[in-house]
Design a protein around this ligand. Structure first.
Ligand SMILES: [Zn+2]
Length: 207
């Protein structure tokens, strides 16, 4: 779990270990297909890779193994996007952030394969850096940094007004998370962004 300071929200993580948070019943999932499509107010199951919901009534959720899960918070809305190399190259981060006409407050990234581990062919690397604000400079040779690229794209579009919360965990390096690259697993990590219930983090003083 990653608390987003001062936002009233947390990013939940359900991975491959017993430490997982429990997925809220109200979580909304999409039928993810590595597209750049965003849906507004989904009921669940729509074919798309990003969504915008009313942050006080819905919990946007994503299933990922090595791709980057991205969340966004505005005053009234929450957004989520499944951003692998195809999604990033197709502009899914930009599509997500342009879908709401309020100042972005938080841009949040979950665990993904990191920029040291994610070795790719030239075609994939070129597709990602072609529209990355840093061009190729911030990606190692033969590799792609999904997290860094997503944050740069958000900064380019929305400026310095918003805060960033980033999980530094690498799915390939962490035994607690599913990684397709590390063992070809069909398992997926589940990530979601939810309001912190009142009292949820208050410990019983008499224990
Ligand atoms: Zn790594």
């Amino acid at each position: 779990m990653l608390i987003i300071p001062g936002s009233g929200c947390y990013m939940g993580v359900s991975g491959a270990d017993d430490q997982s948070d429990s997925v809220p019943e109200s979580a909304v999932f999409l039928n993810q297909v590595h597209s750049n499509r965003i849906v507004v107010n989904p009921v669940g199951g729509e074919t798309a890779d990003g969504m915008i919901v009313d942050r006080h009534s819905r919990v946007p959720a994503l299933k990922v193994a090595d791709c980057l899960p991205v969340f966004a918070l505005w005053d009234d809305f929450a957004g989520a996007a499944h951003a692998g190399w195809r999604g990033l190259a197709g502009g899914i981060v930009e599509n997500l952030l342009q879908a709401v006409d309020q100042p972005l407050r938080w841009f949040i990234t979950g665990p993904c394969i990191c920029g040291d581990c994610y070795s790719v062919g030239e075609e994939v690397r070129n597709a990602v850096i072609r529209n990355d604000p840093s061009a190729g400079r911030d990606h190692l040779p033969g590799r792609v940094d999904l997290r860094g690229s997503a944050i740069r794209r958000a900064r380019k579009l929305c400026g310095e007004q918003f805060k960033v919360a980033a999980s530094g965990e690498c799915t390939l390096e962490s035994a607690n998370l599913y990684s397709f690259r590390s063992n070809g697993t069909a398992g997926r990590n589940i990530l979601w962004l939810a309001e912190i219930e009142r009292g949820e983090h208050i410990r019983q003083l008499n224990d």
